[in-house]
Design a protein around this ligand. Structure first.
Ligand SMILES: [Zn+2]
Ligand SMILES: [Zn+2]
Length: 344
């Protein structure tokens, strides 16, 4: 089957090539991939600044149909439409696995970097990681469940957003937009979506089209002034970073009210952040980090999408055949694309 493969360690080494079709083992299902999204992680794997075990087929955001069951599958049938949590190879024995956190098990090796992923026609996944796609949701939209579940896990489960919260989101890329949708679904009263000059054009335009309450370019509008004006000097209840930009992160405590919350989602790519610890202390802020997705965040996400409360398919800007992967990667890097869906 035609697959996008990281062929060896080092920068680059991505190649579209034939790979053998996988066979489902014990407790696994064989999926025919119908749609698969490109994530920032795929670019990091290409550049070799994310762990990877080549030769490996890339791709971890996907939706597909079950075409075959391995031995001892109990809960799913051939023909069902599914997505899957990427928590493969979690050990099931360590402290994190035993406390319900296989997503951060040190042994975890996900599809797309640790084991073969979804940039191919077929993929085997363990049955215990599957979730059903509601009938009303198409495959392209379902391929966005994984990043959407990240946003739901971070904003709702980790950040504990409350109905009526005033929320600021910095970084209006796909994850920022999905975080905004999660905040909206959870009953935020006002959402500020803040971007930088490179976000003008596609990202901020999309944020405006999605109807977020205040959509600003921080080079033109002072973010703190805006937040203080709109909250009558109190500050926001929750500030969410989806930019990974050290300067933007360092500015978040100033935006928050006392006893407010900061949620970290964006990754800084190894850069340290010069952070105003004292401000956090004197304001008694809560700061939460999140990594990957919980089982419950997938259930919440799928329910919110089915109910029409999170229009996650709106972040899709391109739908392309797998063979156009190179163009797709370039468009993402040039910020001319949001979420790109590939069809293997
Ligand atoms: Zn991803
Ligand atoms: Zn474990």
């Amino acid at each position: 089957m035609l697959s996008l493969v990281k062929t060896q360690k080092g920068e680059g080494f991505l190649q579209l090539m034939e790979m053998p079709e996988p066979r489902p083992g014990e407790g696994e299902v064989l999926l025919e991939i119908k749609a698969t999204g490109i994530c920032g992680t795929d670019l990091h794997v290409r550049d070799d600044n994310f762990p990877n075990w080549p030769p490996v087929i890339l791709g971890h955001e996907f939706a597909g149909e079950i075409v075959e069951l391995g031995p001892n599958c109990k809960y799913y049938k051939v023909g069902e439409r599914v997505v899957a949590e990427p928590h493969t190879k979690a050990c099931g024995v360590c402290h994190l696995c035993r406390t319900g956190n296989p997503q951060i098990c040190p042994d975890k090796r996900s599809p797309g970097w640790g084991i073969h992923g979804s940039f191919a026609k077929y993929l085997c996944m363990p049955e215990h990681l599957l979730h059903r796609i509601p009938d009303s949701v198409d495959y392209d939209t379902a391929a966005v469940f994984e990043p959407a579940a990240n946003a739901v896990h971070d904003v709702i489960e980790r950040g504990r957003i409350e109905p009526g919260d005033f929320v600021v989101i910095v970084g209006p890329g796909p994850i920022g937009l999905l975080a905004g949708m999660a905040a909206n679904a959870a009953g935020a009263r006002h959402i500020v979506m803040a971007g930088a000059p490179p976000d003008e054009g596609m990202r901020l335009e999309k944020a405006r089209a999605l109807g977020f309450d205040s959509v600003i370019n921080v080079a033109k509008t002072d973010l703190k002034e805006l937040v203080m004006d709109l909250t009558h000097g109190v500050g926001c209840d929750m500030a969410i970073d989806c930019s990974g930009a050290p300067r933007a992160i360092a500015g978040l405590p100033d935006l928050c009210r006392k006893k407010g919350r900061i949620q970290a989602i964006g990754l800084t790519g190894g850069r340290n952040v010069d952070f105003p610890w004292n401000t956090c202390s004197s304001k008694s802020l809560d700061i939460h980090f999140g990594m990957s997705t919980s089982y419950t965040s997938w259930n919440k996400t799928i329910a919110l999408v089915e109910r029409g409360l999170m229009p996650v398919g709106e972040v899709i800007s391109h739908r392309l055949p797998l063979t156009e992967w190179e163009f797709a990667f370039a468009e993402i890097e040039a910020q001319r694309a949001l979420k790109v869906i590939l069809h293997p």
